[in-house]
Design a protein around this ligand. Structure first.
Ligand code: CU
Ligand code: ZN
Length: 369
């Protein structure tokens, strides 16, 4: 079938909305009609060419939500008409990691996905017979996409898809960091560095866990206002003195749980240093640039602080994204303030411009229908 999609032709250049061919889903695959898709920092990072593992041409986009149109042979967990959220982090439910509660890093299709291929080693996207690679196994800046069944979370049909899409990446990453990775305990003190979508999700996750104090650190007052809306009790502008400020605010000891959601290694270090002696846990959610390293004075660790990393918030996507969306529908998570702009597919580059300008938290592409 013919579809319209935003193609990354060349790094550092705007995306081009073009007509492409999309083949029918093969065994284990699903054709999804996209209804909405968030524009995430990872798309921008790849488009810029800063990611050495990036490739072009490809169709970007990974924060998708839509409706199943058709399924290939052997697909049993979703069917036509089901509402789904796309998962760049799949869940096969069979590999060693999927069977272990300690991780969400499914091993089933990692290699093919990193190369821009579907699990059988080919693409469904093409242009004049030339294959176009998939991005993050999702390629959701498009009217339709073909994805593996194991990379789709079936969600409640009651959830508006232009809200559900942010659970495909940023929001679930933050919520899961607090709920799954750190397992924040009721009554605790938390610090969240960065009030983008991931950080705001972490603030909400700390609140849902019953944290007593939630300090949020961000230089932008607008975002701190949103953080208060998600449950932050104290806000700080950040900077080199922020560790001292946090120690002062926490009786000299630091916080039970700290979260880093900026991707900056100097901030990761602050997250470690503002964690409490004895048991403080610093959870790193941000993705640092390739080759960057985290500087930690070992004395911080020997005196009882711990560091954890969290990819997609430790969320096992097919099992847990539907549950997070149910909590949203129950009124536990306030998604509306996080969506600042609604765009058409043709406006996708404006979504990148808004992100550069740090205007708003999330732009969502609406495909209409
Ligand atoms: Cu993302
Ligand atoms: Zn797996």
């Amino acid at each position: 079938m013919k579809i319209r999609a935003a193609v990354l032709e060349e790094f550092g250049r705007p995306l081009e909305v073009q007509e492409l061919d999309l083949a029918e889903p093969k065994a284990g695959e699903v054709l999804v009609r996209l209804v909405a898709c968030g524009v995430c920092h990872t798309d921008l990072y790849t488009a810029s060419g800063a990611d050495p593992s990036g490739y072009a041409p490809t169709v970007l986009g990974h924060e998708g939500a839509g409706v199943v149109e058709r399924v290939g042979d052997g697909v049993g967990s979703v069917g036509p008409g089901d509402h789904v959220v796309t998962l760049f982090s799949p869940q096969c439910r069979e590999c060693t990691h999927c069977l272990d509660p300690r991780t969400n890093l499914c091993l089933a299709i990692r290699e093919q996905q990193n190369q821009g291929l579907l699990p059988d080693g080919t693409t469904r996207l093409s242009r004049d017979g030339e294959p176009i690679r998939h991005f993050m196994g999702t390629s959701t800046f498009a009217e339709y996409t073909v994805m593996p069944e194991i990379a789709l979370a079936k969600i409640s049909p009651e959830a508006p898809l232009d809200r559900a899409c942010v659970f495909a990446c940023g929001l679930s990453t933050g919520l899961g960091a607090a709920l799954n990775t750190a397992k924040v305990e009721p009554g605790s003190t938390c610090v969240v560095f960065g009030a983008g979508l991931v950080g705001l999700g972490a603030v909400a996750g700390c609140r849902l866990s019953g944290a007593e104090r939630i300090l949020c650190v961000d230089p932008a007052e607008q975002r701190l206002e949103l953080a208060r809306g998600q449950g932050a009790t104290d806000t700080l502008a950040g900077g080199p003195e922020v560790v001292e400020q946090i120690l002062e605010l926490t009786g000299g000891f630091g916080a039970d749980y700290t979260f880093e959601a900026t991707g900056r290694v100097d901030v990761m270090r602050q997250a470690v240093e503002s964690a409490r002696m004895g048991w403080g846990l610093a959870t790193v959610c941000g993705v640092a640039g390739k080759g960057e390293t985290l500087d930690v004075v070992p004395r911080y660790l020997i005196t009882g602080r711990r560091v954890a990393g969290s990819s997609f918030g430790g969320v096992k996507g097919r099992d847990q994204v539907p549950l997070l969306i149910d909590r949203y529908l129950a009124g536990d998570i306030d998604v509306d303030p996080l969506i600042s702009h609604t765009l058409t597919l043709d406006d996708v580059n404006r979504g990148f411009d808004l992100m550069h300008a740090q205007d708003g938290i999330r732009s969502v592409i609406s495909f209409g229908g």
